[in-house]
Design a binder for this molecule. Sequence first.
Ligand code: FAD
Length: 394
Amino acid sequence: MCAIVAHMNLAQPLPFRFDLATLPPEAEAMRAELRAFLAQEIAAIPFEKRARSWSGFNPDFSRKLGERGWLGMTWPKKYGGHERTALERYVVVEELLAAGAPVAAHWVADRQSGPLLLKFGTEAQRQRVLPGIARGETYFAIGMSEPDSGSDLASVRTRATRTAEGWRVNGTKLWSSWAHKAQYMIAVFRTGDNTDQRQMGLSQFLVDLSAPGINIRPIADLTGHEHFNEVVFDNALLPEDALIGAEGQGWAQVTAELAYERSGPERFLSSMALVQQIVEAAGPDPSERVAIAIGRIAARLHALRRLSLSVATQLQRGENPALEASLVKDVGAIFEQEIPDIAHDLFAREPSAASDEGLQRVQHYLTQTAPSFSLRGGTREILRGIIARGLGLR
Ligand SMILES: Cc1cc2nc3c(=O)[nH]c(=O)nc-3n(C[C@H](O)[C@H](O)[C@H](O)COP(=O)(O)OP(=O)(O)OC[C@H]3O[C@@H](n4cnc5c(N)ncnc54)[C@H](O)[C@@H]3O)c2cc1C
């Protein structure tokens, strides 16, 4: 720590910008309707399934959210959106995640693919997909990682070559969440040969996953749940107008996309189902030790929420808070990952999928999945590298 401080010029203000943000009354006012809806819709979902958080896939549920106007909330009405604020959307997302609602079907599309197309897509691309996303019927996958290219995203090798018929694509994307259920992927491919500046030769594409030459193979995670995939492009042909934004500008566009991906309440609410089980197991009259532990959890949740709300406000203003988003994701993942250990220390119950107790079943699921929280969306080390660069330390 001292070495870090010694490298910092403390006379300079820190580069982070975390203005205090509060939710306006019209955003807070949405909670009652959301909670009534959720109480009805997810009452029958067992605790261990709610623990899947934003990995629970249910197309009917996504469609119902679309009918209520809770998808594409901030987008222009002409694309099926509702012209609400990012802070109103924040409340919707927060309530969905806190309840353990199955949001995976529309998740990527609503969170980042739609906003990316609004920013960089063509009019035709927006009209083709945005209304379906807002209805909760069109789903997207993220095609960034590849075998040997995860953290070092600039090293991607999947290549799109311009031909007379369109773009020919060859290569493999890996870990693409829900690609086996989604209609589209936004993928980053190599289109240029600039080897000195690898970031310069990348472009983003809107990929129709039903195109010939695209083979999708689900991969089971530790729990047996199949949510991510290997996606092989074998001479797949994409139309000329599949390019998103400018050719060769994929890196800047991906960076902007990652700010949407890294800052939301999903970056600290993934273990909420277990927090709720801890409170339940503590009962109305907990021991001092248990009460202190729950108090600490609440205080950390509160601080994380303030940070994440501040990022949402910056996104609302059209800024690119990539640095702040990296910080929220890093500290959020630390919190989420500690919850299974806290539960174990407090109640000394072993995780068990077969238990009658919700606590043990949720513990069982989250103990296995929590390690991935600091991998998906960018690893801890990579985020800290970004933060260090922002602080002028590298
Ligand atoms: C649940 C889940 C869902 C995912 N969904 C998607 C998805 O939908 N789409 C998608 O494109 N990808 C997805 N991913 C992939 C994810 O983005 C990558 O796993 C992640 O970026 C890390 O890449 P990697 O697995 O290749 O690991 P590597 O990059 O090989 O990293 C291995 C280890 O080395 C460390 N490391 C690497 N480089 C450095 C460095 N320069 N300095 C210090 N340490 C370093 C890493 O921090 C890590 O600990 C998902 C991953 C998970 C776990």
